[in-house]
Design a protein around this ligand. Structure first.
Ligand code: TYD
Ligand code: MG
Length: 455
């Protein structure tokens, strides 16, 4: 039988960075989600149950008592960020902000802390990545100077927590979770066990003091916030900042939200002096000069709940190579290959000797299948030097048989098409809903009918 001492000793076990499942021994593949090579070491301390008086029952709270005191949310100073958060930052909540390096996480975090803090109770910006001088440079650039934010260069969790208790800031930013170090947990900073422990500690202090915490996290190439997807379980809100780094547009996507709708998307632009809300989103993306030319097609994507007019551009030219090149920016390359195969097989358009380039204007990434038809028509248009009217939008998903399928939230997309000044729209035949006045409709059943509409 194990002694008390043995039971209290640390024991190694393994945690999956994809799904958070735990395993007693290392395996090449996670037994829960079947991801390869995702298990990494973690240490648990089994605390032996101490002998003592029997546990006393807890006092429960009647539902009405909590209903009477709705949580006051703090506005972040950005309508788009508030929208994704579900109104603003909830007291005592923990928000995780992820994104690729250089995308603008620190920029948003500093702007948000500047909005949330005031002279009486400033926000606290902790960084383990940058020096005070670097922070000052960014603050000057963003115009976030003054007494509303206090700075701390620190990576020790205990020190950060003690500072929060002493100063009771209006908001704490930790930039980034990967640099936090918990002395009681083994492993180097940034390891799964360290990051988990640090996030848990930050979450405890947020709940205990009511101070909201904004954690910045780096995303690995695979898309998970460095190592642990497991973090998503430990926090209240998970946001990802996305976009092409060199483009100006950014999307802030709500992946999880205990206080609002997930799937919300905030649209921002990265300017020289910081992140701004994108005014009249669709219009910001449209380039009047190129629409109406062959290879350029306007579509309405619906990312999350939000419709947005986006221009898809394609260039299909005779290839000098034996194996033609295909590149896609803002569109998944595998999906492009699939679209080309459908185009060849179902519409008889020869693409096997063409280099094909697809670009989504404005640095937007199209993940929505409702934009398939627009991509295919842009390619077919470029290949055959035929264009679609600049006042016509294209909506539809494409099946492998060349059939044009219905897409989600078509009504919302149509309203957006009308709002950005479109006069006509190419739609799946099966759509039965209402069409806004003044919008001419071309219903198509399949790719052949759609290609026939190219001028
Ligand atoms: P940053 O917020 O440091 O990104 P992250 O914390 O996600 O790594 O911003 C990185 C880039 O943004 C940097 O290359 C410069 C650019 N930038 C602007 O374009 N405008 C600005 O106002 C600021 C502060 C940065
Ligand atoms: Mg940063």
């Amino acid at each position: 039988m194990a002694t008390e001492l043995q039971r209290a000793a640390p024991r190694l076990h393994y945690i999956c960075s994809e799904c958070g499942a735990e395993a007693p021994k290392w395996q090449g593949r996670c037994p829960a989600c079947a991801a390869w090579n995702s298990l990494s070491e973690d240490v648990v301390r089994l605390t032996a149950r101490r002998p003592g008086p029997p546990t006393v029952a807890a006092t429960t709270t009647p539902m009405e008592a909590v209903m009477a005191a709705p949580a006051r949310v703090q506005a972040t100073g950005s309508f788009e960020v508030d929208r994704v958060l579900g109104g603003g930052i909830v007291p005592g909540s923990v928000v995780l902000l992820g994104g690729d390096p250089g995308i603008g996480k620190s920029t948003i975090a500093l702007q948000v802390s500047h909005s949330c803090g005031d002279e009486v109770s400033p926000a606290l910006y902790c960084t383990g990545e940058e020096s005070l001088e670097q922070l000052a440079l960014r603050a000057r650039r963003l115009g976030c100077t003054g007494a509303r934010v206090r700075l701390l260069v620190e990576s020790d969790v205990d020190t950060v927590i003690a500072t929060i208790e002493a100063e009771r800031p209006s908001l704490v930013v930790v930039d980034s979770v990967q640099t936090l170090r918990d002395a009681a947990t083994p492993g180097p900073p940034g390891s799964v066990s360290q990051v988990r422990a640090a996030v848990l500690r930050m979450s405890e202090i947020a709940k205990a003091t009511g101070v909201p915490v904004l954690l910045v996290g780096h995303v690995t190439k695979e898309g998970a916030i460095a190592g642990p997807r497991t973090l998503e379980h430990l926090v209240d809100v998970v946001l990802y900042l996305e976009g092409e780094r060199l483009g100006e547009h950014r999307m802030l996507r709500g992946i999880k939200n205990r206080f609002g709708a997930t799937g919300e998307v905030g649209l921002l632009t990265m300017e020289r002096d910081g992140m701004r809300d994108l005014a009249a989103p669709s219009r910001g993306m449209l380039d009047a000069a190129s629409l109406g030319a062959s290879g350029s097609v306007l579509t309405i994507t619906c990312d999350g709940l939000r419709p947005m007019a986006v221009e898809v551009q394609a260039l299909a030219v005779a290839s000098p190579f034996e194996f033609p090149r295909r590149t896609a920016s803002g569109f998944e390359l595998n999906r492009l290959h699939l679209m080309l195969a459908v185009l060849a097989k179902r519409a008889g358009i020869a693409v096997s000797k063409l280099d094909v380039f697809v670009n989504v204007a404005g640095g937007i990434r199209l993940a929505d299948p409702g934009t398939d038809l627009a991509v295919v028509l842009a390619i077919a248009g470029s290949a055959g030097d035929r264009a679609i009217s600049r006042h016509c939008a294209v909506i539809g998903e494409l099946g492998l048989g060349g059939e044009v399928r219905r897409v989600s939230r078509t009504e919302v997309r149509l309203a957006e098409a009308a709002a950005v000044g479109m006069e006509a729209v190419i739609l799946p035949e099966s759509f039965r809903g209402a069409v806004p006045d003044g919008l001419r409709v071309h219903r198509v059943r399949n790719l052949i009918e759609a290609v026939a509409l190219l001028g």
